[in-house]
Structures are given as structure tokens and as C-alpha cells.
Design a protein around this ligand. Structure first.
Ligand SMILES: *[C@@H]1O[C@H](CO)[C@@H](O)[C@H](O)[C@H]1NC(C)=O
Ligand SMILES: *[C@@H]1O[C@H](CO)[C@@H](O)[C@H](O)[C@H]1NC(C)=O
Ligand SMILES: *[C@@H]1O[C@H](CO)[C@@H](O)[C@H](O)[C@H]1NC(C)=O
Ligand SMILES: *[C@@H]1O[C@H](CO)[C@@H](O)[C@H](O)[C@H]1NC(C)=O
Ligand SMILES: *[C@@H]1O[C@H](CO)[C@@H](O)[C@H](O)[C@H]1NC(C)=O
Ligand SMILES: *[C@@H]1O[C@H](CO)[C@@H](O)[C@H](O)[C@H]1NC(C)=O
Length: 801
């Protein structure tokens, strides 16, 4: 089933295609050679114009609607045309036809027939048009037809018989055309018209004829005539002192370029538009238009009017447009338009007005006063024109614009090609609605200050070309910017310098390019510079603030650290003090003076806690526990140093347990102490001096072996040296790099050495800095195998093994 339908469909499709192709082929076969056939589109058209055809083509498709055979050489149309029953428009213009076939009955749809530019000499030869039942428009212009008498068509509405040889239009001429509404007889040698009769005619053009006189009743038999054109009948006169053309329904009359010496419109009461331009009207008698109450447009331009009295246009209540241009008006009465309450446009251009006409017109919007001789404008000139929008004063002789020309409605002011030399401050200040001003072609030299347009917010166009600008670049810049910055008010290229001579002929922009750009860049540079400088200052300020903050923080931290350190020191001192006092209790032979001194010092310290006077390094001095243990042995060696050590060692041995505990704690703070070293160095030295002195005293007091605190004592130094040597030997001997003391800077070594030499016997706190004392103590350590101590284990082990 489905297959069958598919086959069906394909067959149908192919059939349709074939049919289409066939029809197209058929059409083409019907399309005559040298013709273009558009038979698919509507209307179906065949164009055969300009093919040099001599005979009417035979096989034209009978479905054609528009057939164009214009501009050929046809002399005859055969009866074959009756085949074309669909024909609506037949163009046979520009051929050499002088007749139509006598039978056109079958062209039942033909509405437009163009027979213009043929050789038809008699309307009788085309009489068959009467058979065309729908013909509405017939062109028979440019045929040598002498008249239209005999042309008949019940339905024809428009007949163009222009540029024929029609010399007369009699009372029978249009009798065969009862439906005619428009008749064009332009360019015929019509001289006389004898009251043609047409009930239907509404539009008649007899321009470019040679009409001489129109009787008052000439158009009386064309009662429905609305528009009559009689332009360019150079000798035509239709109105005399006694009689004038009459028509009750004529609305539009154009009698331009005739020979009228007066308007002669009083017989035309329905007239709304009257063109009387280019006539010879010199006088407009008072109240001459009082009958033309319907008149809205009156063109009296290009006549010879010399003056307008107050009552000239009286009664033209509906007048809107009045063209009085190109007359010889020297004066327009102030009240000339006072009755024309609808007057919107008055054209007074191309007259000889020397003064601005102080017109009073309530609704006047456009006043054209161009091409006059007006040389003065007063500030109040527009005061009686409350609706004025467009004032054209171009090509007058104004030398200045009034200060404060007043109008709240004026939008366009044209003062092109006057003699303006300068613009005043307040020239435009009272024109708040101004949108466009044309100042071109004047004698402006100085760039106007944009301030003069301060009260013209809507000003969008300022034309300034053709002025002899003096290009003072500094002065021009502001103006140029004002004019050419968006919204652009004038084109920069229209501004041409005239002076100074070296820039004459150049545009402002070109002439002042260097000056302006330097200025611009300069200011830009300056602003840039300012920006950069301020940025830099900002950065510097920020940086300094941050760094100050940072240093303050660091300082605070240092102070804190120092305070911490001092606290620790004080704590340590207290402990030391306690220890010393306990020591004191046990050992009776410690010198009282020493103890006193110590106490004194500590008390001092406690009295002035903020200023720790005891150098922590002072406390390093005393021999270690090992030393203390070691010392008794050395007594037997009879060495002077050892003798001293005996005393100390005894003391130390007694407090060993306590000491050891404290020492362990203290070993954790060597670094802090070294930090404070530098700070306290000076004080320490001062102290040392005192201590030395005191100690010397005390030593001598108790009568014992002198304490070899003094480094100048040759024996002590000798002993120390030997000790140091042995330490070096020891380390070499041990051969252990691990056990070797950490390298010391010469400075610290020196310092420690010095301290050692001074404090050896005074302070029992040998402390922590193992490495520092390593060299001097290693001897002791070697000889003290049973006391384990970190950093010396190896040597212990060695000893033990
Ligand atoms: C068309 O005209 C040619 C001669 O120009 C003629 O031979 C032909 O038969 C005509 N065709 C039709 C369909 O009339
Ligand atoms: C037409 O004008 C002729 C004179 O030219 C006159 O004899 C005739 O009566 C007029 N006919 C009509 C209908 O006015
Ligand atoms: C205009 O009016 C004056 C008097 O105001 C008069 O002398 C003159 O003739 C009038 N002109 C016309 C054309 O009516
Ligand atoms: C006034 O008349 C002149 C010349 O007749 C014409 O060029 C101009 O456009 C007219 N002005 C107006 C506003 O119609
Ligand atoms: C413009 O007017 C101001 C006062 O509004 C006055 O000071 C200034 O001098 C005037 N400038 C010119 C060029 O008239
Ligand atoms: C024209 O001459 C003036 C000095 O008279 C000078 O300042 C100016 O730069 C010159 N302009 C040009 C474009 O050469």
C-alpha cells in the first residue's frame, strides 16, 4: 500500500514537472522573437520596445496583460490584436501609426492605451477607441491632431492631448467624452477657447499655449472645474478693468508666466491657491482679495509690486502662505498682514527692502527677507511676531546684529552673507530656542567667545564658512573646541584663515595645528607630571609610614627582649644570691669582703633593677664543678694556681649538688647572654676594674696565697698557657673531630679568655658555654674521669679506657 502511494506520488510529481516544462516551452514558443516575456509574474508582461519592429508581432501570447511595443517602426496594428483579450495596457508610443484597426471590440479589459508620439492626424482614425469598454486613460500627445472633435469614449476619464496641433477648443470639442475629468492640452497652439462644454471635467491644463484672452464665461460650461493651469501663456490676459474670469468652483489657478497686470481673482470665490508668479502685476489695490476668502496660498512672486498697503491683503482670513518674493517692494506696511491671522509664511526675498519690516502677524512662523537691502535690525524687530521660528536675513546688508534680539520662539536664524564684522556678547542671549544659525559669508575676523551662545542650549548648527578669520591660534582654540567637539556644530574644514598672511587659505585646524597640539600636549604632560608626582609622593609616604611602623615594631621587640633578658638576669641573680648565701653558711673561710662585695652588688642590682649592673659574663668565671673536684689534687703539685683552687674547690664540692641543678638550667641560655654581651660590655669593663681592685685588697687582707685574678701575674698566665697547651694536645691526642671545640671567632675567644683570666676564682658560675672554656678546661676534664659531662664524654671514655 505504502509503496503504491509512493509510486503514485512520484509519478504525479514527474507529471507536474513535465507540464511546467511544457508550458514554459509553449510560452516561449508564443513569445515573439526580440521580445522579453514575463508571463509568470503579474501583470503578465511582454516588452518589445526599441526593437526596430516594422510589423506587429504575430505570435504574442494571448494571456499577456501589459504589452509594450513602444519605440518601434510600426505603421499598422492588425486585427490580430483582438486575440489579446487579457490586455490591460497597450503601449504603442513612438511608432509611426496613423490609425488604429477599426475593430478593437475584443480588448475588453484594456484600460490604458498609449498612442503618443505617432502620426495620427485625425481623431477619426482612432475612432475605434470608442469600442473599448474599459478605457480610462488615453495618451494621444505629440500627434499632429488639429482638434479633438469627434473623439468619443463613454468611459474615458483622462485624455492627454498635449503637444498636438490643436488650435481650438470649441463648444463641441469635449462633447464625445462625457466621463472626462482630466484634460491635458499643454503645448498646443491654442489661441482661443470658446466655452468648452464638459460636465465632468475637473482638471484642465492649457499651459504653454498661446492663449490671448479668456472671457469671463470661458469656463462657465465646465462647472465642476477645480484646477486650471494656464502657465506660460505669455500674452494671456483674463481680466480687465471691467470684466474678469468667473468660476464659482475653481479652487486652484495657476496663471504664472502670463501677461497679467492684476490678479483678477475676484470672480473666483472658491479659490484656495492662486499662482500669479511671473506676471506684470505692479499694483495691488486695497482690499483686492476680499472676495477670495478661501485663499490659503497666494503666490505673487516675480511681479513688479512696489508697495503693500495696510489693507492690501485684507479679507484673506485663511491665508497661510504669501509669496511676495522677487518684486520691487521697498516698503511693507507694518499692518499689511494684520488681518491674515493664519499667515504662517511670508516670503519677501529678492525685494528692495531697506528696513526690516516691522510686521505684525500673530502666527507667522517663517519670514524670508533674504536678498534685500536691510541694513538694520532692531532688538525689538520680532516683538510683533510672537510665533516666529525661521528668520532668513541672508544676503542683506546688516553690519551688526542687535544686542538682545528678542524672540522666545526663533529656532533658525540665517544671516549668511551680510556685513557682520563682529558678534556682540548679547546678540543671541535673548533667543533661547535657537537651534541653527548661519553666519557664513560675513566679515567676522575674531573668533567669537562661546559665551555668546550661553543662552542657546539647543543650538546644534553654527555655520561660519566664508569669513575672513584672523587666526590667532590661542584665541581660536576655545572657539574651535566649542564648535567641533561633539555634538559637532560646524565642520572644521569650513573654517578658513585669511590672516595672518602665512596661514591665509588654511583651515583653522591646519594653521593652528602646531600651536594647539603643543598646547594640548603641554597641558597633558603637565597633568601627567602632576599625576606622576602625586603618585610618587603617595608611594614614598606609604613606604615611610610602613618602614617607620616596622622599625617601631622591631624596636619594641628589642626592648621587650631586653626586658625579658633583664628579668631573666635578675632572676638568675636572685638565685645566685641565694646560693651564695647558702654557700656562705657552709664555708667559713670565704673572705668576708668578697661576700660583702657580692651582696653589695646584688643589693645594688635589686635596687636598680632596670639597670642590671652585673655582666652575665662575670658570672661565667667561677670554676666548674669538675674543677672544684679537681682542685684538691692540684694542691699537692705545689703549683700556685692550684693552691688557690684548693680553697675554691672545697667550697664548690660542698655546694655541688645545688650548683649542678642550677647549672643545667642555665645551660639553656648562652645565646641570650651573648646577645646582651655587647650591650653590657662597657659596664662590665668598668666593673672589672672595681672588682679587681677590691679583690686585691681582700686577698692581701686575709693573708693567704694571692688570688691570681690578675692576668699580669706571670705565674697564673704561665699556668693558663700550659693548661691551654695541654688542652690542645689533648684534642690532638684524642683525634676525635667530634670532641673538638667549635671554632670560635677570634673576638669571642679573646673576650672569653680575658674574662676567664679575670674571673676564674671569683665566680663559681662557670656555666654553660662549654665550647668557650673547652680549651682551658679540657685539662681538668681529662683528669676527672668520673664526672660525665656532655661534650666531653669521649675524653672521659678515653680516660676510662
Ligand atoms: C509564430 O510565428 C512564426 C513566424 O514568425 C510562425 O512560423 C509560427 O507558426 C508562429 N507560431 C504560432 C504558434 O503562431
Ligand atoms: C457652439 O458655438 C457656436 C458658435 O461657435 C454656436 O453657434 C452654437 O450654438 C454653440 N452651441 C452650444 C451648444 O453652445
Ligand atoms: C497705499 O496707501 C497710501 C496711503 O496710505 C495711498 O496713498 C496709496 O495710494 C496706497 N497704495 C495702494 C497701492 O493702494
Ligand atoms: C522665497 O522665494 C525665493 C525665490 O522666489 C525662494 O528661493 C525661496 O525658497 C522662498 N522662500 C521660502 C521660505 O519659500
Ligand atoms: C560681555 O558681557 C559681560 C557682562 O555680562 C561683560 O563683562 C563683558 O565685557 C562683555 N564682553 C564683551 C566682549 O562685550
Ligand atoms: C605665521 O606667522 C606667525 C608670526 O607672524 C607665527 O607665529 C606662526 O607660527 C606662523 N604660522 C605658520 C603656520 O607658519
Amino acid at each position: 500500500m505504502e509503496e503504491q502511494s509512493v509510486i503514485h506520488r512520484s509519478v504525479l510529481l514527474s507529471l507536474v514537472t513535465w507540464l511546467t516544462i511544457l508550458s514554459i516551452v509553449g510560452c516561449q514558443s508564443i513569445c515573439p522573437t526580440r521580445c522579453l516575456c514575463y508571463l509568470i509574474r503579474m501583470p503578465r508582461t511582454i516588452e518589445c520596445s526599441r526593437q526596430g519592429m516594422l510589423v506587429f508581432p504575430k505570435n504574442i501570447s494571448d494571456i499577456v496583460e501589459h504589452l509594450d511595443l513602444s519605440d518601434n517602426l510600426l505603421t499598422e496594428i492588425t486585427d490580430d490584436i483582438n486575440r489579446l483579450t487579457e490586455l490591460q495596457y497597450l503601449n504603442l508610443a513612438k511608432n509611426q501609426l496613423n490609425f488604429l484597426p477599426s475593430n478593437l471590440e475584443e480588448l475588453k479589459k484594456l484600460t490604458r492605451l498609449d498612442l503618443s508620439n505617432n502620426a495620427i492626424t485625425n481623431v477619426a482614425d482612432i475612432a475605434s477607441i470608442s469600442q473599448l469598454p474599459t478605457l480610462t486613460v488615453l495618451y494621444i500627445s505629440r500627434n499632429p491632431l488639429p482638434n479633438l472633435k469627434g473623439l468619443t469614449s463613454e468611459v474615458l476619464q483622462a485624455l492627454d492631448a498635449g503637444h498636438c496641433l490643436i488650435t481650438e477648443l470649441g463648444n463641441q470639442s469635449l462633447s464625445g467624452l462625457p466621463a472626462l475629468t482630466s484634460l491635458n492640452l499643454v503645448g498646443n497652439p491654442l489661441k482661443n477657447i470658446q466655452t468648452p462644454v464638459s460636465e465632468s471635467l475637473r482638471w484642465l491644463d492649457m499651459s504653454d499655449c498661446i492663449l490671448n484672452y479668456l472671457y469671463p464665461d470661458t469656463f462657465s460650461q465646465i462647472p465642476n472645474l477645480e484646477e486650471l493651469r494656464l502657465t506660460n501663456n505669455p500674452t494671456l490676459v483674463y481680466s480687465t478693468r471691467h470684466a474678469t474670469l468667473q468660476h464659482l468652483k475653481l479652487k486652484r489657478l495657476d496663471v504664472s508666466r502670463c501677461n497679467l497686470d492684476r490678479p483678477g481673482l475676484h470672480g473666483l470665490p472658491a479659490l484656495t491657491q492662486a499662482r500669479l508668479s511671473h506676471n506684470a502685476i505692479r499694483l495691488l489695490p486695497d482690499r483686492i482679495f476680499t472676495r477670495n476668502r478661501q485663499l490659503t496660498h497666494l503666490y505673487l512672486n516675480a511681479n513688479s509690486l512696489e508697495r503693500l498697503n495696510a489693507s492690501t491683503f485684507q479679507g484673506l482670513m485663511k491665508l497661510q502662505t504669501l509669496d511676495l518674493s522677487a518684486n520691487n517692494l521697498v516698503e511693507v506696511h507694518k499692518q499689511a498682514f494684520q488681518n491674515n491671522i493664519n499667515l504662517k509664511l511670508v516670503n519677501l526675498s529678492y525685494n528692495s527692502l531697506h528696513q526690516f519690516p516691522d510686521l505684525a502677524a500673530t502666527f507667522l512662523a517663517t519670514l524670508d527677507l533674504s536678498f534685500n537691502l536691510i541694513n538694520r535690525l532692531k532688538a525689538n524687530s520680532l516683538e510683533n511676531l510672537p510665533m516666529i521660528v525661521n528668520l532668513n536675513l541672508r544676503d542683506n546688508q546688516l553690519q551688526a546684529l542687535p544686542r538682545g534680539l528678542q524672540s522666545t520662539t526663533l529656532k533658525v536664524l540665517n544671516v549668511q552673507r551680510n556685513r557682520l564684522v563682529e558678534l556682540h556678547n548679547s546678540s543671541f542671549s535673548e533667543l533661547p530656542s535657537l537651534q541653527k544659525i548661519d553666519l557664513s559669508g560675513n566679515r567676522l575676523t575674531e573668533a567669537m567667545d562661546p559665551v555668546i551662545f550661553r543662552n542657546n542650549p539647543d543650538l546644534a548648527v553654527i555655520r561660519l564658512e566664508d569669513n575672513p578669520w584672523r587666526c590667532d591660534c590661542t584665541q581660536l582654540y576655545v572657539t574651535f573646541e566649542f564648535l567641533t567637539d561633539p555634538p559637532v556644530k560646524t565642520t572644521g574644514s569650513s573654517l578658513i584663515c585669511q590672516s595672518p598672511a602665512n596661514v591665509s587659505g588654511y583651515s583653522w585646524e591646519v594653521a593652528c595645528f602646531d600651536a594647539w597640539n603643543v598646547d594640548v600636549y603641554h597641558s597633558k604632560d603637565k597633568t601627567w607630571g602632576m599625576v606622576m608626582v602625586s603618585l610618587l609622593i603617595l608611594v614614598v609616604l606609604c613606604g615611610s609610614v610602613v618602614s617607620i611602623k616596622h622599625t617601631m615594631k622591631i624596636k619594641r621587640r628589642v626592648v621587650e627582649q631586653r626586658q625579658q633578658l633583664e628579668m631573666a638576669e635578675r632572676e638568675r641573680l636572685r638565685l645566685l644570691h641565694r646560693r651564695i648565701t647558702t654557700d656562705q653558711r657552709r664555708c667559713t673561710y670565704i673572705t668576708i669582703s668578697n661576700q660583702q662585695r657580692l651582696e653589695e652588688e646584688e643589693l645594688e642590682e635589686l635596687d636598680h633593677p632596670s639597670e642590671p649592673r652585673i655582666n652575665p659574663l662575670e658570672l661565667i668565671g667561677p670554676p666548674t664543678y669538675e674543677e672544684a673536684v679537681q682542685m684538691p689534687r692540684l694542691v699537692h703539685s705545689m703549683d700556685a694556681l692550684n693552691e688557690i683552687s684548693v680553697d675554691n674547690s672545697a667550697l664548690r664540692a660542698m655546694s655541688s649538688v645545688d650548683n649542678l641543678r642550677i647549672k643545667k638550667k642555665r645551660t639553656r641560655r648562652p645565646r641570650k647572654r651573648t646577645q646582651s654581651e655587647d650591650d653590657l660590655l662597657r659596664r662590665e669593663e668598668r666593673r672589672q676594674e672595681r672588682i679587681r681592685r677590691e679583690r686585691n685588697n681582700s686577698n692581701s687582707n686575709i693573708g693567704e696565697q694571692p688570688l691570681n685574678t690578675n692576668s699580669r701575674n706571670p705565674r697564673t698566665s704561665l699556668a693558663r698557657r700550659s693548661r691551654r697547651h695541654s688542652a690542645v694536645d689533648e684534642s690532638i691526642e684524642s683525634g676525635s673531630s667530634k670532641d673538638r671545640p667549635r671554632p670560635q671567632t677570634p673576638n669571642t675567644k679573646k673576650k672569653k679568655r680575658r674574662q676567664m683570666s679575670r674571673n676564674e676564682h671569683v665566680t663559681d658560675d662557670e656555666d654553660s658555654d662549654v665550647q668557650t672554656f673547652n680549651s682551658s678546661r679540657s685539662v681538668v676534664i681529662r683528669e676527672l674521669p668520673r664526672e660525665p659531662r656532655s661534650g666531653f664524654r669521649k675524653s672521659f671514655i678515653e680516660r676510662e679506657t
